[in-house]
Write a protein that binds this ligand. Sequence first.
Ligand SMILES: Nc1ncnc2c1ncn2[C@@H]1O[C@H](COP(=O)(O)OP(=O)(O)OP(=O)(O)O)[C@@H](O)[C@H]1O
Length: 257
Amino acid sequence: MIEVKNLSFKYTDKLILENINFNIKKGDIVAILGENGSGKSTLLKLILSFLKPLKGEVLIENKNVNSYDKKALAKKIAYVPQSSSLPFSYTVLEVVLMARISYQSIFSTYSAKDKEIAIESLKQLEIQNLKHRFFSDLSGGQKQLVLIARALAQEAQVLIMDEPSSSLDYSNELMLLNQIKKLAKSGFTVIQTTHNPNHAFFVSSKTLLLKDKKVFAFGNSEDILTSKSINSLYNVEVELYESSEKIKFCIPKIHRT
Ligand SMILES: Nc1ncnc2c1ncn2[C@@H]1O[C@H](COP(=O)(O)OP(=O)(O)OP(=O)(O)O)[C@@H](O)[C@H]1O
């Protein structure tokens, strides 16, 4: 469904990504990990066609992402930005309705169907009770869920999330990860960046590790995330364990003095 082929990118004179290759299938949840500044957000922006590659291409359903018109692309792929970066002074329902713009002609306003879809998206995330609240008054976790509801209302099958849980408390972080799992079970494809290998173990079927501008490893999360690869990526020694539910997790080795 998404193919990244021989992709390279540079900002002015600085090469950020070099010859990146991987494929994503429908229903995959992909975690992208790499140290700060390794190019994770840049890679998402290339997949979203916000940036143009220096070389190579991103194909969505066999078509170059840069050759889609904006509205057609918005029906395929939705972006969930970090909530902290959006100073919306609108109600939650208005924020979610913004996703319906790609379904309107120039002079039309939101239809009853648009409102129905927006409310349905809020219900899917169990936040319909927030619909008349101002977005700016919500907590970080609530905002993040509203932005996911907005992406659902866009009716795109691919959701791209940039560090979706970075500003969330422990409980909201788990709620968000569970929501991502549910979305993938209902057929969505999710690509998220994260700094936490445990998020990849918990929700992601696939993991992509970025290092030195290149794909260091890509494949099933359980195969890719080893103490050796995590150490290579972050220079941190970790130990891997398995929970009673057979979910792997890692913790850093702490040397007691
Ligand atoms: N608009 C820009 N112009 C020039 N350089 C940029 C721009 N945006 C990002 N960079 C640089 O590109 C590199 C990759 O940035 P990017 O944000 O993709 O990394 P990241 O892996 O997402 O980082 P983090 O984990 O810190 O969020 C960094 O060195 C960054 O400083």
